[in-house]
Design a protein around this ligand. Structure first.
Ligand code: ACO
Length: 332
Protein backbone atom coordinates (compact mmCIF):
# COMPACT_ATOMS: atom_id res chain seq x y z
CA UNK A 1 0.00 0.00 0.00
CA UNK A 2 1.49 3.42 -0.88
CA UNK A 3 1.66 6.19 1.68
CA UNK A 4 1.61 9.95 1.21
CA UNK A 5 4.80 11.90 0.72
CA UNK A 6 5.37 15.63 0.41
CA UNK A 7 6.09 16.42 -3.24
CA UNK A 8 6.33 20.17 -2.81
CA UNK A 9 5.53 23.02 -0.42
CA UNK A 10 4.99 26.77 -0.58
CA UNK A 11 3.77 29.66 1.51
CA UNK A 12 2.67 33.25 1.22
CA UNK A 13 2.10 36.11 3.63
CA UNK A 14 0.69 39.53 2.76
CA UNK A 15 3.08 42.44 2.21
CA UNK A 16 2.07 44.53 5.21
CA UNK A 17 4.25 43.91 8.27
CA UNK A 18 2.67 44.93 11.59
CA UNK A 19 5.09 45.33 14.49
CA UNK A 20 4.20 45.02 18.17
CA UNK A 21 4.69 48.76 18.58
CA UNK A 22 2.10 49.48 15.88
CA UNK A 23 -0.49 47.52 17.88
CA UNK A 24 -0.31 50.16 20.58
CA UNK A 25 -2.50 52.44 18.48
CA UNK A 26 -5.43 50.08 19.27
CA UNK A 27 -4.55 48.31 22.49
CA UNK A 28 -2.96 49.09 25.84
CA UNK A 29 -0.03 46.73 25.27
CA UNK A 30 3.72 46.85 24.73
CA UNK A 31 6.41 45.24 22.62
CA UNK A 32 7.98 43.95 25.82
CA UNK A 33 4.76 42.26 27.07
CA UNK A 34 4.11 40.60 23.72
CA UNK A 35 7.69 39.36 23.30
CA UNK A 36 8.00 38.09 26.86
CA UNK A 37 4.63 36.31 26.95
CA UNK A 38 4.50 35.00 23.38
CA UNK A 39 7.82 35.43 21.53
CA UNK A 40 6.03 37.37 18.76
CA UNK A 41 7.84 40.39 17.26
CA UNK A 42 5.70 41.04 14.18
CA UNK A 43 2.98 39.56 12.00
CA UNK A 44 1.62 40.14 8.48
CA UNK A 45 -1.85 41.50 7.81
CA UNK A 46 -3.78 41.79 4.56
CA UNK A 47 -4.97 45.15 3.25
CA UNK A 48 -8.52 44.92 4.65
CA UNK A 49 -11.08 43.89 2.09
CA UNK A 50 -8.50 43.39 -0.66
CA UNK A 51 -7.38 39.79 0.01
CA UNK A 52 -9.20 36.76 1.42
CA UNK A 53 -7.58 33.56 2.65
CA UNK A 54 -8.05 31.90 -0.74
CA UNK A 55 -5.99 34.70 -2.36
CA UNK A 56 -3.12 33.96 0.01
CA UNK A 57 -3.58 30.24 -0.64
CA UNK A 58 -3.45 30.86 -4.39
CA UNK A 59 -0.03 32.52 -4.13
CA UNK A 60 1.28 29.72 -1.90
CA UNK A 61 -0.09 27.11 -4.32
CA UNK A 62 1.56 28.79 -7.30
CA UNK A 63 4.88 28.61 -5.48
CA UNK A 64 4.43 24.91 -4.65
CA UNK A 65 3.35 24.06 -8.21
CA UNK A 66 6.31 25.89 -9.69
CA UNK A 67 8.76 24.10 -7.41
CA UNK A 68 7.21 20.74 -8.34
CA UNK A 69 7.26 21.73 -12.03
CA UNK A 70 3.56 20.91 -12.07
CA UNK A 71 0.52 22.51 -13.64
CA UNK A 72 -2.60 23.07 -11.54
CA UNK A 73 -4.46 20.75 -13.94
CA UNK A 74 -2.41 17.86 -12.52
CA UNK A 75 -4.04 18.27 -9.09
CA UNK A 76 -6.90 15.86 -8.47
CA UNK A 77 -8.11 17.04 -5.06
CA UNK A 78 -8.04 20.10 -2.78
CA UNK A 79 -8.21 19.88 1.02
CA UNK A 80 -8.48 23.33 2.57
CA UNK A 81 -8.09 23.92 6.33
CA UNK A 82 -9.16 27.26 7.78
CA UNK A 83 -11.07 28.83 10.66
CA UNK A 84 -11.42 32.09 8.76
CA UNK A 85 -13.11 31.09 5.49
CA UNK A 86 -13.64 33.73 2.81
CA UNK A 87 -17.41 33.33 3.37
CA UNK A 88 -19.66 31.46 5.83
CA UNK A 89 -20.48 29.20 2.86
CA UNK A 90 -19.50 27.83 0.41
CA UNK A 91 -16.15 26.74 1.74
CA UNK A 92 -12.90 28.35 0.68
CA UNK A 93 -11.77 25.24 -1.23
CA UNK A 94 -14.06 26.06 -4.13
CA UNK A 95 -12.82 29.65 -4.29
CA UNK A 96 -9.25 28.42 -4.49
CA UNK A 97 -10.28 25.88 -7.11
CA UNK A 98 -11.90 28.65 -9.17
CA UNK A 99 -8.80 30.84 -8.91
CA UNK A 100 -6.63 27.89 -9.99
CA UNK A 101 -9.01 27.18 -12.90
CA UNK A 102 -9.19 23.45 -12.20
CA UNK A 103 -12.91 22.78 -12.35
CA UNK A 104 -14.46 19.45 -11.34
CA UNK A 105 -11.95 18.16 -8.81
CA UNK A 106 -13.26 17.81 -5.23
CA UNK A 107 -12.64 20.58 -2.71
CA UNK A 108 -12.98 19.59 0.95
CA UNK A 109 -13.00 22.21 3.70
CA UNK A 110 -11.62 21.24 7.12
CA UNK A 111 -12.79 23.12 10.23
CA UNK A 112 -10.34 22.09 12.93
CA UNK A 113 -8.70 25.42 13.68
CA UNK A 114 -5.04 25.17 14.67
CA UNK A 115 -5.11 21.41 14.12
CA UNK A 116 -6.67 21.78 10.68
CA UNK A 117 -3.53 21.06 8.69
CA UNK A 118 -2.95 17.82 10.62
CA UNK A 119 -6.56 16.71 10.21
CA UNK A 120 -6.19 17.47 6.51
CA UNK A 121 -2.93 15.56 6.35
CA UNK A 122 -4.63 12.51 7.88
CA UNK A 123 -7.41 12.64 5.27
CA UNK A 124 -4.95 13.17 2.42
CA UNK A 125 -2.79 10.27 3.61
CA UNK A 126 -5.83 7.97 3.83
CA UNK A 127 -7.01 8.92 0.33
CA UNK A 128 -3.54 8.43 -1.10
CA UNK A 129 -3.09 5.07 0.66
CA UNK A 130 -6.40 3.86 -0.79
CA UNK A 131 -5.38 5.22 -4.22
CA UNK A 132 -8.42 7.49 -4.42
CA UNK A 133 -6.33 10.52 -5.39
CA UNK A 134 -2.73 10.91 -6.56
CA UNK A 135 -2.04 14.64 -6.33
CA UNK A 136 -3.64 16.33 -3.35
CA UNK A 137 -3.23 20.02 -2.62
CA UNK A 138 -3.38 20.48 1.17
CA UNK A 139 -3.88 24.06 2.31
CA UNK A 140 -3.78 25.91 5.62
CA UNK A 141 -4.77 29.55 5.12
CA UNK A 142 -6.06 32.30 7.40
CA UNK A 143 -7.01 35.94 7.41
CA UNK A 144 -7.40 36.89 11.07
CA UNK A 145 -6.73 40.60 10.87
CA UNK A 146 -10.16 41.52 9.50
CA UNK A 147 -11.86 39.76 12.44
CA UNK A 148 -10.00 41.20 15.41
CA UNK A 149 -11.68 43.10 18.23
CA UNK A 150 -9.91 46.45 18.19
CA UNK A 151 -11.59 47.40 21.47
CA UNK A 152 -10.01 46.81 24.91
CA UNK A 153 -11.49 43.28 25.25
CA UNK A 154 -9.62 42.18 22.13
CA UNK A 155 -6.15 42.86 23.50
CA UNK A 156 -5.20 39.34 24.57
CA UNK A 157 -6.12 37.66 21.26
CA UNK A 158 -5.45 40.58 18.94
CA UNK A 159 -1.71 40.61 19.53
CA UNK A 160 -1.37 36.89 18.75
CA UNK A 161 -2.75 36.45 15.27
CA UNK A 162 -1.29 36.94 11.82
CA UNK A 163 -2.47 36.26 8.26
CA UNK A 164 -0.82 33.76 5.93
CA UNK A 165 -1.11 30.58 3.91
CA UNK A 166 0.99 27.45 3.61
CA UNK A 167 0.41 24.52 1.26
CA UNK A 168 1.75 21.10 0.48
CA UNK A 169 1.28 18.93 -2.58
CA UNK A 170 1.08 15.29 -1.54
CA UNK A 171 1.36 12.18 -3.66
CA UNK A 172 1.95 8.44 -3.28
CA UNK A 173 5.27 6.78 -2.63
CA UNK A 174 5.94 3.05 -2.55
CA UNK A 175 9.24 3.56 -0.73
CA UNK A 176 9.02 2.00 2.73
CA UNK A 177 11.56 4.42 4.16
CA UNK A 178 9.77 7.71 3.65
CA UNK A 179 6.46 9.56 3.67
CA UNK A 180 3.75 10.03 6.28
CA UNK A 181 4.34 7.17 8.72
CA UNK A 182 1.23 7.83 10.80
CA UNK A 183 -1.19 10.52 11.96
CA UNK A 184 -2.84 10.78 15.39
CA UNK A 185 -5.94 12.93 15.86
CA UNK A 186 -7.79 13.88 19.03
CA UNK A 187 -10.62 16.16 20.18
CA UNK A 188 -12.46 17.03 23.38
CA UNK A 189 -15.61 19.09 22.91
CA UNK A 190 -16.05 19.69 26.63
CA UNK A 191 -13.73 22.65 26.20
CA UNK A 192 -15.31 24.14 23.09
CA UNK A 193 -16.17 27.48 24.69
CA UNK A 194 -12.69 28.11 26.12
CA UNK A 195 -11.64 29.32 22.68
CA UNK A 196 -14.48 30.12 20.33
CA UNK A 197 -16.36 32.58 18.23
CA UNK A 198 -20.01 32.61 19.31
CA UNK A 199 -21.75 34.47 16.54
CA UNK A 200 -22.94 34.51 13.77
CA UNK A 201 -24.29 31.04 14.54
CA UNK A 202 -27.08 28.78 13.30
CA UNK A 203 -27.49 27.50 16.88
CA UNK A 204 -28.75 30.97 17.86
CA UNK A 205 -31.81 32.90 16.76
CA UNK A 206 -31.39 35.38 15.36
CA UNK A 207 -27.99 34.22 14.21
CA UNK A 208 -26.65 37.62 15.06
CA UNK A 209 -28.36 40.64 16.57
CA UNK A 210 -27.47 44.28 17.07
CA UNK A 211 -27.05 43.44 20.74
CA UNK A 212 -24.58 40.65 19.88
CA UNK A 213 -22.57 43.13 17.84
CA UNK A 214 -22.64 45.67 20.67
CA UNK A 215 -21.46 42.97 23.09
CA UNK A 216 -18.69 41.82 20.74
CA UNK A 217 -19.97 38.23 20.28
CA UNK A 218 -18.73 38.25 16.69
CA UNK A 219 -15.14 38.15 17.95
CA UNK A 220 -13.05 35.17 19.08
CA UNK A 221 -12.70 34.83 22.86
CA UNK A 222 -10.21 32.72 24.76
CA UNK A 223 -9.42 31.74 28.32
CA UNK A 224 -5.70 31.95 27.67
CA UNK A 225 -4.30 30.33 30.83
CA UNK A 226 -6.50 27.23 30.54
CA UNK A 227 -5.74 26.90 26.84
CA UNK A 228 -2.03 27.26 27.52
CA UNK A 229 -2.03 24.39 30.06
CA UNK A 230 -3.97 22.05 27.80
CA UNK A 231 -1.82 22.96 24.79
CA UNK A 232 1.37 21.90 26.56
CA UNK A 233 -0.06 18.64 27.92
CA UNK A 234 -1.93 17.56 24.78
CA UNK A 235 0.93 18.37 22.35
CA UNK A 236 3.33 16.42 24.58
CA UNK A 237 1.00 13.43 24.68
CA UNK A 238 0.43 13.44 20.96
CA UNK A 239 4.15 13.65 20.13
CA UNK A 240 4.75 10.66 22.42
CA UNK A 241 1.79 8.83 20.82
CA UNK A 242 3.28 9.32 17.35
CA UNK A 243 6.72 8.17 18.42
CA UNK A 244 5.39 5.31 20.56
CA UNK A 245 3.37 3.93 17.63
CA UNK A 246 6.69 3.19 15.92
CA UNK A 247 8.68 2.09 18.96
CA UNK A 248 10.56 5.41 18.99
CA UNK A 249 11.26 8.01 21.64
CA UNK A 250 12.14 11.73 21.79
CA UNK A 251 15.83 10.89 21.22
CA UNK A 252 14.96 9.70 17.70
CA UNK A 253 13.41 13.03 16.63
CA UNK A 254 15.40 14.96 14.04
CA UNK A 255 12.97 17.86 13.86
CA UNK A 256 9.87 18.89 15.80
CA UNK A 257 7.54 21.41 14.23
CA UNK A 258 4.78 22.35 16.65
CA UNK A 259 1.89 24.68 15.98
CA UNK A 260 2.97 28.29 16.51
CA UNK A 261 0.50 29.71 19.05
CA UNK A 262 2.94 30.90 21.67
CA UNK A 263 6.71 30.40 21.82
CA UNK A 264 6.43 29.80 25.57
CA UNK A 265 4.14 26.80 24.98
CA UNK A 266 6.63 25.31 22.54
CA UNK A 267 9.55 25.94 24.88
CA UNK A 268 7.83 23.96 27.65
CA UNK A 269 7.11 21.11 25.23
CA UNK A 270 10.74 21.16 24.05
CA UNK A 271 12.02 21.09 27.65
CA UNK A 272 9.71 18.27 28.67
CA UNK A 273 10.78 16.21 25.66
CA UNK A 274 14.41 17.16 26.36
CA UNK A 275 15.03 18.20 22.74
CA UNK A 276 18.06 20.27 21.74
CA UNK A 277 17.49 23.64 20.08
CA UNK A 278 18.58 22.28 16.70
CA UNK A 279 15.78 19.68 16.91
CA UNK A 280 12.95 22.20 17.01
CA UNK A 281 11.83 24.92 14.63
CA UNK A 282 9.86 28.01 15.60
CA UNK A 283 9.03 31.06 13.49
CA UNK A 284 6.26 32.67 15.53
CA UNK A 285 8.50 35.70 16.10
CA UNK A 286 7.94 36.72 12.45
CA UNK A 287 4.42 35.55 11.67
CA UNK A 288 2.42 35.33 14.91
CA UNK A 289 -0.22 32.63 15.06
CA UNK A 290 -1.52 31.91 11.56
CA UNK A 291 -3.60 28.97 12.88
CA UNK A 292 -3.97 26.29 10.16
CA UNK A 293 -1.09 27.86 8.22
CA UNK A 294 1.63 27.71 10.89
CA UNK A 295 2.74 24.14 10.24
CA UNK A 296 2.93 24.30 6.42
CA UNK A 297 4.72 27.67 6.58
CA UNK A 298 7.28 26.23 8.99
CA UNK A 299 7.69 23.08 6.88
CA UNK A 300 8.35 25.16 3.79
CA UNK A 301 10.93 27.31 5.56
CA UNK A 302 12.70 24.18 6.80
CA UNK A 303 12.72 22.69 3.30
CA UNK A 304 14.13 25.86 1.79
CA UNK A 305 16.82 26.24 4.46
CA UNK A 306 17.84 22.58 4.25
CA UNK A 307 16.75 21.67 7.77
CA UNK A 308 14.31 19.21 6.26
CA UNK A 309 16.02 16.86 3.85
CA UNK A 310 15.70 13.28 2.69
CA UNK A 311 15.75 10.99 5.71
CA UNK A 312 14.85 13.59 8.38
CA UNK A 313 12.45 12.16 10.98
CA UNK A 314 9.91 14.95 11.40
CA UNK A 315 7.27 15.17 14.11
CA UNK A 316 4.37 17.57 13.67
CA UNK A 317 2.00 18.50 16.47
CA UNK A 318 -0.78 21.01 16.96
CA UNK A 319 -3.39 22.08 19.47
CA UNK A 320 -6.27 24.48 19.20
CA UNK A 321 -9.88 25.42 19.59
CA UNK A 322 -12.33 22.56 20.00
CA UNK A 323 -10.20 21.44 21.73
CA UNK A 324 -8.61 19.55 18.87
CA UNK A 325 -5.05 18.33 18.76
CA UNK A 326 -2.87 15.78 17.07
CA UNK A 327 0.44 14.75 15.61
CA UNK A 328 2.04 13.18 12.59
CA UNK A 329 5.29 11.33 12.10
CA UNK A 330 6.93 11.85 8.72
CA UNK A 331 10.14 10.45 7.27
CA UNK A 332 11.15 13.15 4.76
N1 ACO B 1 -0.77 43.36 26.47
C1 ACO B 1 -0.55 43.70 27.74
N2 ACO B 1 -1.15 43.07 28.78
C2 ACO B 1 -2.00 42.07 28.48
C3 ACO B 1 -2.27 41.68 27.17
C4 ACO B 1 -1.62 42.36 26.14
N3 ACO B 1 -1.80 42.07 24.84
N4 ACO B 1 -3.15 40.65 27.20
C5 ACO B 1 -3.43 40.42 28.48
N5 ACO B 1 -2.74 41.27 29.26
C6 ACO B 1 -2.73 41.37 30.72
C7 ACO B 1 -3.96 40.79 31.35
O1 ACO B 1 -5.01 41.72 31.40
C8 ACO B 1 -3.44 40.45 32.74
O2 ACO B 1 -3.41 41.59 33.53
P1 ACO B 1 -3.78 41.52 35.11
O3 ACO B 1 -2.74 40.59 35.70
O4 ACO B 1 -3.66 42.92 35.53
O5 ACO B 1 -5.15 40.94 35.16
C9 ACO B 1 -2.01 40.02 32.48
O6 ACO B 1 -1.65 40.60 31.22
C10 ACO B 1 -1.85 38.53 32.41
O7 ACO B 1 -2.88 38.01 31.54
P2 ACO B 1 -2.99 36.49 31.20
O8 ACO B 1 -4.13 36.28 30.25
O9 ACO B 1 -3.02 35.70 32.47
O10 ACO B 1 -1.60 36.32 30.45
P3 ACO B 1 -0.87 35.00 30.03
O11 ACO B 1 0.47 34.99 30.60
O12 ACO B 1 -1.74 33.80 30.22
O13 ACO B 1 -0.69 35.22 28.46
C11 ACO B 1 -1.65 34.45 26.39
C12 ACO B 1 -1.81 35.34 27.61
C13 ACO B 1 -0.43 34.91 25.64
C14 ACO B 1 -2.87 34.60 25.52
C15 ACO B 1 -1.47 32.97 26.84
O14 ACO B 1 -2.43 32.65 27.81
C16 ACO B 1 -1.55 31.97 25.72
O15 ACO B 1 -0.73 31.93 24.84
N6 ACO B 1 -2.54 31.05 25.76
C17 ACO B 1 -2.65 29.95 24.80
C18 ACO B 1 -2.90 30.38 23.38
C19 ACO B 1 -3.13 29.16 22.51
O16 ACO B 1 -2.41 28.17 22.56
N7 ACO B 1 -4.18 29.15 21.72
C20 ACO B 1 -4.50 27.95 20.96
C21 ACO B 1 -4.26 28.09 19.58
S1 ACO B 1 -5.18 29.40 18.85
C22 ACO B 1 -6.53 28.68 18.02
O17 ACO B 1 -6.82 27.52 18.09
C23 ACO B 1 -7.40 29.62 17.26
Amino acid sequence: MPRAEFISTGFYVPERVVTNDELRQWWDTSDQWIRERTGIKQRYWVEPGKQGGSDLALEATRMALERADMDASELDCIIYATLSPDYFFPGSGVYLQRKLGVFGIPALDIRNQCTGFLYGLAVADAWIRTRQYRRILLVGAEVHSTGLDFGPAGRDLGVLFGDGAGVAILGPTDADDRGVLSTHLFADGRYAELLWCESDASARFPRISHQDLDEGRQYARMQGREVFKHAVARMMESVLAALGAHGLGPGDVDLLIAHQANLRINEVVQRQLDLRDDRVYNNIDRYGNTTAATIPIAIDECVQSGRLRRGTLLVLTAFGSGFTWGSALVRW
